[in-house]
Design a protein around this ligand. Structure first.
Ligand code: HEC
Length: 98
């Protein structure tokens, strides 16, 4: 019962949880200094290409950075304040561009 309830809440939360590529595009303005205008990556910053990456991968990595499971000191100030909704928006945006 608990599981079914949990799944129900999860399913209902999804649309609320963003995945709004337009919002993601706005949020990504803070990331372009390192990852490039079109998320093409920047070798000088050692920042990889993100364009076209799977949304779920973007989100899992952002969570890993925020929780310091994956170490990335230069990016920490930028991910520290991201909410799960904003991470989903960023993922949706990055997945949508090439
Ligand atoms: C100060 C420079 C800098 C900024 C600003 C920055 N990043 Fe990064 N980012 C990096 C670097 C460097 C790496 C590679 C880290 C590593 O080697 O593990 C990286 C890695 C990533 C990865 C993992 C990619 C992979 O293939 O595993 C994601 C996702 C990511 N950044 C998203 C973002 C988002 C979204 C923003 C804006 C909120 C952002 N970054 C802002 C420097 C930056």
């Amino acid at each position: 019962m608990k599981l079914i309830l949990g799944m129900l809440v999860f399913t209902m939360a999804l649309p609320v949880f963003g995945q709004d590529a337009a919002k993601g595009a706005k949020l990504f303005k803070k990331c372009v200094a390192c990852h490039g205008k079109k998320a093409e990556g920047k070798k000088s910053q050692k920042a990889p290409r993100l364009a076209g990456q799977h949304s779920w991968y973007i989100v899992t990595q952002l969570i890993a950075f925020k929780t310091k499971k994956r170490k990335n000191p230069p990016m920490l100030p930028f991910v520290r304040k991201l909410t799960p909704e904003q991470m989903a928006d960023l993922g949706a945006y990055l997945e949508s561009i090439k």
